[in-house]
Design a binder for this molecule. Structure first.
Ligand SMILES: [Zn+2]
Length: 296
């Protein structure tokens, strides 16, 4: 059976550019089942964010994770996060202000973003390497616009996206300039023109290899093996314990409900981690230094 969730990339041999196609189906269903009741516009943006993070993850040159985040202090959309590992593990979450009516269209939700909204890209190596973060004001009419603008302005890597979703399937294609000697004439312009002809139905229905062949049949190109994509959340009880430890006993006390237990729910996968009073006390064995572990 053909894969439902995958990433396929090609490198052009005569133009300093690469092209990546991503298709998501099972990942969308999995994310949807863990963030139930999302309004359609928020769901749409979450799908787009997952596509974009997967596309960008194809350029990772280390083991780890790329994370795309939108954060806003005002407006109905407060936070949108999607991340993808070099192993194709995807997760995402979106949070909307509970007391505001949400626009029905994703484009209107983007238009409602406040002035202070920022787009953050984070590269997080898993081997202990340096974490890298780029933060820019959110600019554009869509998520894809904002990310393309980021690559153009901050990385000097002109980038173009085409995205399509139909509720069950989401697919996207990215064309990206790569650092080169600039001797490829109008090759880059031609690739952009070809990309602009991609129709949503082609993206959603055609296998990536067929789509790439059809689009770029006249270009010399190298096809890389397809990479599987899947839902993956790396949260664990140990990570939650570390997070609670970093809060300290006083702040922890403010989180405790009755009877003095703490439940932390992963915002990505909805897994609940519950800590009983004796487990919380065990987190702070050295209470002379850190204060009383007792929760009130
Ligand atoms: Zn999780």
């Amino acid at each position: 059976m053909p894969r439902t969730d995958y990433l396929q990339r090609i490198l052009f041999e005569e133009v300093a550019a690469r092209c990546v196609v991503v298709r998501l189906q099972d990942v969308l269903a999995e994310v949807g089942s863990r963030c139930r009741g999302l309004p359609p516009a928020a769901q749409q943006l979450l799908s787009e964010a997952l596509l974009l993070s997967a596309l960008m993850s194809s350029g990772l040159k280390f083991s780890g994770r790329l994370s795309l985040q939108i954060r806003s202090d005002s407006g109905p959309l407060r936070m949108l996060v999607a991340d993808c590992t070099d192993q194709g593990g995807l997760r995402g979450t979106v949070s909307v202000a509970g007391d505001e009516r949400l626009p029905e269209q994703a484009a209107d939700l983007i238009a409602s973003l406040g002035h202070g909204t920022v787009l953050t890209l984070t590269l997080d190596p898993s081997d202990g390497g340096q974490r890298w973060q780029g933060i820019v004001p959110f600019e554009g009419q869509s998520l894809a616009d904002a990310v393309a603008g980021y690559f153009d302005r901050s990385e000097q890597l002109p980038t173009a996206f085409r995205l399509a979703t139909n509720g069950n399937v989401a697919a996207a294609i990215m064309l990206q300039r790569m650092p080169g000697d600039g001797t490829d004439g109008d090759g880059w312009t031609q690739l952009q023109q070809l990309l602009a002809t991609v129709q949503p139905a082609e993206l959603l229905d055609l296998p990536a290899e067929t789509l790439l062949k059809r689009l770029f049949h006249a270009e010399r190109r190298r096809l890389f093996p397809e990479r599987e994509l899947h839902f993956h959340c790396p949260c664990s009880r140990e990570r939650v314990e570390n997070m609670l430890l970093s809060l300290g006993p006083e702040e922890l006390a403010t989180m405790a409900g009755e009877p003095e237990t703490v439940e932390v729910r992963c915002q990505f996968c909805n897994q609940a981690y519950r800590f009983e009073p004796h487990e919380l006390a065990a987190l702070y064995p050295d209470d002379d230094v850190r204060g009383s572990p007792t929760l009130h």
